[in-house]
Structures are given as C-alpha cells and as structure tokens.
Design a protein around this ligand. Structure first.
Ligand SMILES: [Zn+2]
Ligand SMILES: [Zn+2]
Length: 65
C-alpha cells in the first residue's frame, strides 16, 4: 500500500463510486491514478476521457512521486 501525501489525496486517489464503474463517468471522481506509470491526473469532465497530469498535490502541494 502506497503512502499518500495527505488525507485529501488519499481520499480522492482511492475513491471509488458504486454507481459509476469508470472513473471518468463519475462527477465525484477528481483524481485519476495511472498505476502503470505511477502518475496522477486531474480528470476533465467533458464527457471524454481526458485528464491533466499533475506533478504536485492540489491540496497540500507536495511533489507527487
Ligand atoms: Zn497532498
Ligand atoms: Zn459516481
């Protein structure tokens, strides 16, 4: 299990919705975790599957690794 920089990041990175099976379909899902690349993205809810890769935590501004 990975350590997260803060509670907010842990909450959003581990968030899973019962209603929406795909993270991009869920309006409550803010963070997309790319487990293969160990990268984090900010989901853009435009109906597609785009995300902006982020290098720093939006909540506590720690560098993401
Ligand atoms: Zn953080
Ligand atoms: Zn949902």
């Amino acid at each position: 299990m990975k350590d997260y920089c803060c509670e907010e990041m842990e909450y959003h990175a581990t968030f899973s919705c019962d209603v929406h099976h795909h993270p991009f379909d869920c309006p409550d899902q803010l963070i997309y975790v790319d487990k293969d690349n160990e990268a984090y993205g900010l989901i853009i809810h435009d109906g597609g599957s785009s995300a902006i890769t982020i290098k720093f935590c939006p909540w506590c501004s720690s560098k993401l690794k």
